[in-house]
Write a protein that binds this ligand. Structure first.
Ligand code: GLN
Length: 483
């Protein structure tokens, strides 16, 4: 059961081969056994999970179940969930029990899924290795001396280690795709605006987007069906007709045009990743796709532009954490200003403080034009590069991450090296495009490698189709770590 797909689980639940309570208990037992080693979950609350499972079983018994009813899921601790501790990986929110559900949580509840727990993450989603969490680093289930990637590293480790059938993540600069790649999962960041950001703790609002992390494209499609949709409470949510993201999975790939950006296969890409990605592209050719070279000339500017825009937005978003309304308040302070200062100094970790400092600096009167406006111009150029490229191809493919999982601690002291982990993913967020990562092989020491698939706006179904066809022809996605 722990290796079953969501479709298989749904069939087992509908056919009374297993109950949601049994399925949930099975995963809760694995969490008890394996989480001490992996640190993938910040919060588990078996009583709450089992109550949800009982409700799902009752719903199934009434014949009112949907495709996800009774299926247990893990949620990144960035999503507010009513009655659950919601920390965003920070000491600042280490005492925050959310009084309401994020739209994503609400939609999964309506679908009848069970919440298994809240997963560990980089503090306020800032990181690429899950080492900035107040709750300590997450370990990669394929090699516990290696990082799982970040910032959705807890979700990635949980799904890879079969502690959860699937999970939610968020991606501001790569945080779904990069941990999916490093843990051998399939993860999808939708087009900006497809999934509501309401109740998702904000990092950089113009870039943040939630999406599914699972073991296959088919599972991701089913999850996205539940997650996507217009939400009047999110001002950037898009009002579009509902789509069945699983509807195109079986289409053959003959004639699919894949663009390979020459900048993705240049200096900085490790040999083991290059090899696995090239083999995956050869497989796509066997499946009937044709490849063309494309160029994203401004891609090299994506990391610098992102590290102006994301901290600028973060510095503004994080100003709400002042010790007054909720979250950490310094136990001892003088006047009000001292209370703000001490609460923030104690509540935020080093990486979050670095981003607030950078963000405040680039938004300040004297530097706004030189940094922030300039970065916004680069953002436009990057979006134009992609629209140019999509004139000659249907999908873009390349590596998700320049390397396979690196050792814990290897980049923690060097922020620039850490930031470069997202060199292939960040441009996609700047342009607001959908992107996904699928497993396509292994590097040395059995560490997974991910293939990135980038689509034009709203091309999620096409991307999922391409991923599914590859997963029918290969079995990388079905491999599980030994634990
Ligand atoms: N690693 C990037 C950062 O640190 C992206 C994080 C994310 O997508 N949330 O900002």
């Amino acid at each position: 059961m722990i290796h079953a797909s969501l479709k298989e689980l749904a069939a087992a639940l509908a056919g009374k081969k297993i109950s949601s309570v049994e399925l949930t208990s099975l995963h809760l037992e694995r969490i008890v056994r394996l989480n001490p080693q992996l640190n993938a979950f910040i919060t588990v609350d078996p009583e709450k999970s089992l109550a949800m499972a009982r409700a799902a079983d009752a719903r199934l018994a009434r014949g009112e179940g949907g495709p996800l009813t009774g299926i247990p899921l893990a949620h990144k601790d960035i999503f507010c969930a009513e009655g659950w501790l919601t920390t965003c990986g920070s000491k600042m929110l280490s005492n925050f029990v959310s009084p309401y559900d994020a739209t994503v949580i609400e939609r999964f509840k309506a679908a009848g899924t069970v919440t298994l727990g809240k997963t560990n993450m980089d503090e306020f989603a800032m990181g690429s290795s899950n080492e900035t969490s107040f709750y300590g680093p997450v370990k990669n289930p394929w090699d516990t001396a290696a990082v799982p990637g970040g910032s959705s590293g807890g979700s990635a480790a949980a799904v890879a280690a079969r502690l959860a059938p699937a999970a939610t993540g968020t991606d501001t600069g790569g945080s779904i795709r990069q941990p999916a790649a490093l843990c051998g999962l399939t993860g999808l960041k939708p087009t900006y605006g497809v999934v509501s950001r309401w109740g998702m703790i904000a990092f950089a609002s113009s870039l943040d987007q939630a999406g599914p992390m699972a073991r296959s494209a088919e599972d991701c499609a089913l999850l996205l069906n539940a997650m996507a949709g217009f939400d009047p409470r999110d001002s950037t949510s898009l009002e579009r007709p509902a789509e069945d993201y699983a509807g195109d999975l079986e289409k053959p790939l003959a004639g699919l045009k894949i663009g390979l950006p020459k900048e993705f296969f240049a200096e900085g890409l490790s040999a083991e990743v290059a090899q696995a990605v090239e083999a995956a592209i050869a497989e796509y050719r066997r499946l009937g796709a044709v490849t063309v070279e494309v160029s994203l000339p401004n891609m090299k500017l994506s990391v610098p532009a992102y590290y102006v825009i994301a901290p600028a937005e973060a510095s503004s978003n994080l100003s709400r954490f002042d010790g007054v309304r909720y979250g950490h308040r310094a136990p001892q302070y003088g006047d009000l200003a001292d209370m703000y200062c001490k609460s923030r100094a104690q509540g935020f970790g080093a990486e979050v403080k670095r981003r607030i400092l950078i963000g405040t600096y680039v938004l300040s009167h004297g530097y706004y034009d030189a940094y922030y406006l300039q970065a916004q111009r680069i953002r436009r150029l990057i979006a134009t590069d992609f629209s140019q490229a999509f004139k000659s191809c249907d999908l873009i493919m390349g590596p998700t991450s320049p390397t396979a999982a690196f050792a814990l601690g290897a980049k923690a002291a060097d922020p620039v090296q850490m930031y470069l982990s997202d060199i292939y993913t960040i441009a996609v967020n700047l342009a607001g495009l959908p992107g996904m990562s699928i497993p396509c092989g292994f590097g040395a020491g059995k560490r997974p490698v991910g293939l990135q698939i980038i689509g034009d706006y709203f091309a999620e179904s096409r991307m999922l189709n391409a991923a599914h066809q590859y997963q029918r022809a290969t079995d990388w996605h079905a491999r599980a770590p030994e634990l």
